[in-house]
Design a protein around this ligand. Structure first.
Ligand SMILES: NC(=O)c1ccc[n+]([C@@H]2O[C@H](COP(=O)([O-])OP(=O)(O)OC[C@H]3O[C@@H](n4cnc5c(N)ncnc54)[C@H](O)[C@@H]3O)[C@@H](O)[C@H]2O)c1
Ligand SMILES: [Zn+2]
Ligand SMILES: [Zn+2]
Length: 360
């Protein structure tokens, strides 16, 4: 076992603290990873706010890259020294989704069997089964995807959650194809990644919608061909105007807001696709006339983690990054120390960053 530092959320709404944690030696099917970089995601803040569960204390952090230090019995997919991106979709191969050949929906993804603890033995609940705001973390070996060592950990660690959610919302859930028009609502880390994904998939028009001018400028840097300031104009009208009066083939909701969801629904062309990647809170509702649901046709698709399959997609995305075709560096707004996660939450809430990334 190892004694290292980790960022802990102890109670609902309380500021996080850096504390000593105990990381067990890996058991069967497990791996211990020396974390090199871990991005700060909204989901970490949701954990600290008690919005995900009440199982405090949490060990936060889940968008990470690092080096495998030790593996437990039976682990062959990774070996000590491998450079890996951590994921929260370690497919089980046995659940009903996996057995039906749809592992990107896996309903029983693997995590470490042993618990990491505080120094006094209190068990910790790692965010999304990862817990990587720590010098080291214990995960299921399947949560480690080996990627090319030449990549920067700060950049490719972000593939572990939000960036892949956005890329996959366009590429996998939305199935954007050559010549499509795509409208992306919300240009934070997830939305800007969706812009990149739409470009990679060959979209002709990539329309970015946000209320914040600086976010629209970022979306343009990621390849948006048009921008719409939703604080000044009606996005539905603007998108129709940019698409010959028809609407976009694919609309991606990357905010988590019922009003935006409704705009994305109506900004679609007939038989178009609406992808919901923004995460709603339990109180949010949508109310649509059934005749519009039927009459507009197409598909409404929630996107969990961009419907990605880490073992298939992370090495490919890292290769696109190394070829200079996927700008992951631009998502890294700043690098920070483990002690600065609380401040980074506030910068995130003020909309000042795409991603703050803890470097260890
Ligand atoms: N589905 C998944 O697997 C998955 C994974 C990671 C994150 N997410 C979710 O994706 C969403 C976006 O995450 P993020 O990190 O990009 O957040 P973010 O806060 O950085 O970005 C949200 C953006 O939406 C903009 N916005 C707010 N209200 C708007 C409106 N009415 N119209 C247009 N734009 C508006 C904001 O200005 C901001 O730029 C969150 O809900 C997050 O929880 C989903
Ligand atoms: Zn499964
Ligand atoms: Zn996340």
């Amino acid at each position: 076992m190892d004694k290292v530092r980790g960022v802990i959320a102890r109670a609902k709404g309380a500021p996080v603290s850096v504390e000593t944690i105990i990381v067990p030696d890996p058991g069967p099917g497990e791996a211990r990873v020396a974390v090199q970089a871990c991005g700060v995601c909204h989901t970490d803040l949701h954990y600290r706010q008690g919005g995900i569960s009440d199982d405090f204390p949490f060990l936060l952090g889940h968008e990470a890259a690092g080096i495998v230090e030790e593996v437990g019995p039976g682990v062959t997919a990774v070996v000590p020294g491998d450079f890996v991106v951590l994921n929260w979709r370690a497919v089980c191969g046995e659940c009903r989704a996996c057995r039906r050949g749809r592992p990107w929906y896996c309903f029983a993804t693997r995590t470490a069997a042993q618990k990491m603890t505080l120094a006094d033995g209190t068990p910790l609940y790692p965010a999304l089964g990862i817990g990587a705001f720590a010098d080291k973390t214990l995960v299921a070996a399947g949560q480690c995807t080996k990627v090319d060592k030449r990549a920067r950990p700060e950049a490719v660690g972000l593939l572990g959650c939000g960036v892949t959610a956005g890329l996959g919302a366009a590429m996998f859930t939305g199935e954007v194809g050559p010549g499509d028009s795509v409208a992306i609502f919300g240009c934070g880390g997830v939305g800007c990644a969706a812009v990149s994904g739409a470009r990679l998939a060959g979209a002709l028009k990539v329309i970015a919608v946000d209320l914040d001018q600086s976010k629209l400028e970022l979306a343009e840097m990621f390849g948006a061909t048009h921008t719409v300031d939703g604080s000044k104009v009606d996005p539905v009208e603007a998108i129709r105007g940019l698409t010959g009066g028809n609407g976009a083939d694919v609309c991606i909701e990357a905010v988590g807001n019922p009003k935006v969801m409704e705009q994305a629904f109506y900004a679609r062309d007939l038989a178009g696709t609406l992808v919901q990647v923004g995460v709603p809170t339990p109180d949010m509702r949508i109310d649509l006339p059934m005749i519009d649901f039927f009459g507009r046709g197409g598909q409404l698709k929630p996107s969990w983690y961009g419907d990605c399959l880490p073992s298939r997609d992370f090495p490919m995305l890292v290769e696109l990054y190394l070829q200079g075709r996927l700008d992951l560096d631009r998502f890294v707004s700043e690098t920070i120390a483990l002690e600065a996660v609380e401040e980074a939450f506030h910068r995130m809430e003020r909309g000042e960053v795409l991603r703050s990334v803890v470097v260890l």
